[in-house]
Design a protein around this ligand. Structure first.
Ligand code: NAP
Ligand code: HSE
Length: 432
């Protein structure tokens, strides 16, 4: 029987440091759970001279990936480098060399996950990726295992810790966007390029992974419509609160009659629903399914320890299978008969903030323009009247309308002589 399972670590940054620390400092606990020792056999970095949050023996550190992949003592390759290149190549090479994989890489799993799982099945190895979505919060395992008897109809999720942290700091601490982002970077939450966080790219990768598992159909990151948080203004938060909402970067996916819609964007969320209360770096994934109803998974979505918690648990799971000589079950069977609908087909409510001339007849013209496009106004508040300049800010909430109509309306509104500026448009999500 195997008494030691060798780990090759690709990356020793925020997550890699946490993984190395856990393997070393909790070695006895890990050995008990896995039924064997998990021994760190090598660590790949770019720059060995960089200071590390956790120091591993220098004899284990290398800048040559072959030292890890060609090492027969390495059974499991833990990829925590990030990015598509060269991480994907390294994973494919490792699988072809019969190594098991644990990865926290949402980009690779969103773009190539189903192919990697197929390749791994052919080679009789496992690819585990719990840390790729929601950091330390279990969601991949529940979707692959605990909820499989259900038909899942929707996902509503906050799956980017950096943006949730930024939004929370802006709302509650009055901190500006740049300062909040800097703090998230210092805390190790942000991606190496934080554009991926603030533009919703990271959340779109994660939603593609969740949708693929939940709806058992291949949903790629390019199938996910996305907008980031950079257009949000302090006034939007103020008005949202006045109207009984908070603003979150939501990842939403629905499945109806074989058609999936998947989108990531800021959304008004009613203050009294659970997701509105998910703050800071916390993530939450709400799954609606036919047998269980609504279930909510919430917890830390980023950071060294929470993410290492998921990575090491995956490694322990693989080690148990190696020791027990267990052939892991086929993780995924994907349907070919699912279609992704375009964003223009979406129907939702909207919040619209406009800066307009403050004179008679202005509102009537705006209402007519929207009415002609079948967009019905639910409420209007006039804000910040500047009498001298004869300008005012108006905030509107609409009833459900089609996205295609709203896109059309935005173009026409910006051409209207009485509209000085279309301040912002935010979709409004409602819960029954
Ligand atoms: P990070 O701090 O930037 O660390 C990346 C590590 O990979 C560094 O040690 C870097 O080496 C190494 N590396 C990168 N490219 C390399 C290359 N071409 N050759 C050799 N080594 C290379 O990133 P991280 O925050 O730990 O994130 C790692 C992965 O986990 C990403 O996929 C990320 O999306 C995912 N993730 C992160 C979190 C989080 O909270 N940070 C949470 C969940 C998932 P050097 O140190 O020498 O530069
Ligand atoms: N940058 C990511 C986030 C890390 O902020 O959620 C976790 O995937």
């Amino acid at each position: 029987m195997k008494t030691s399972v060798g780990i090759g670590l690709l990356g020793l940054g925020v997550v890699g440091g946490g993984v190395a620390r856990t393997l070393v400092e909790r070695a006895d606990h890990v050995r008990q759970l896995a039924g064997c020792k998990l021994s760190l056999e090598g660590v790949l970095v770019r720059d060995p001279s960089r200071p590390r949050s956790f120091d591993v023996p220098s004899s284990l550190v290398t800048t040559r990936v072959e030292d890890i992949l060609d090492n027969p003592a390495v059974d499991v390759v833990v990829e925590v480098m990030g990015g598509q290149t060269p991480a994907l190549d390294y994973i494919v090479k490792a699988i072809s060399l019969d190594k098991h994989i644990v990865t926290a890489n949402k980009e690779v799993m969103a773009k190539q996950g189903p192919d990697l799982l197929t390749l791994a099945r052919k080679k009789g190895v496992q690819v585990m990726f719990e840390a790729s979505v929601a950091g330390g919060t279990p969601i991949i395992g529940p979707l692959l295992r605990d909820l499989v008897s259900n038909e899942i109809s929707s996902i509503h999720a906050i799956i980017n810790g950096t943006t949730n942290y930024i939004l929370t700091q802006m709302v509650h601490q009055g901190v500006g966007f740049d300062d909040a982002l800097r703090a998230a970077q210092e805390l190790g939450y942000a991606e190496s390029d934080p554009t991926n966080d603030v533009e919703g790219i990271d959340a779109a990768y994660k939603l593609a992974i969740l949708s693929t598992l939940a709806f058992r159909a291949r949903i790629k990151d390019s199938d996910v419509y996305r907008e980031g948080i950079t257009r949000l203004d302090a006034r939007d938060f103020l008005y949202a609160r006045e109207l009984g909402y908070t603003i979150k970067l939501l990842a939403i996916a629905n499945m109806r009659d074989g058609v999936v819609e998947a989108h990531v964007h800021p959304a008004f969320v009613p203050s009294d629903v659970m997701l509105a209360k998910v703050e800071g770096v916390l993530n939450a994934v709400e799954v609606e399914a036919d047998m269980v109803g609504r279930v909510l998974f919430t917890g830390p979505g980023a950071g060294a320890e929470p993410t290492a918690s998921a990575v090491v648990a995956d490694a322990i799971g693989i080690a148990r299978n190696i020791v027990g000589n267990v052939t892991p079950p086929t993780p995924l069977r994907l349907s070919e008969n699912v279609r992704v609908s375009p964003m223009s087909d979406l129907e939702t409510k909207y919040y619209l903030r406009l800066n307009v001339d403050d004179r008679p007849g202005v509102f009537a013209r705006i209402a007519k323009l929207l009415g002609d496009l079948d967009i019905s106004i639910a409420s209007v508040i006039q804000k910040e009247t500047d009498e001298a300049a004869q300008r005012a800010e108006i905030v509107m909430m609409t009833h459900r309308a089609r996205e295609a109509a709203m896109t059309n309306a935005l173009g026409l509104l910006s051409e209207l002589d009485v509209v000085n500026d279309v301040g912002n448009l935010v979709r409004v999500e409602e819960w029954e």
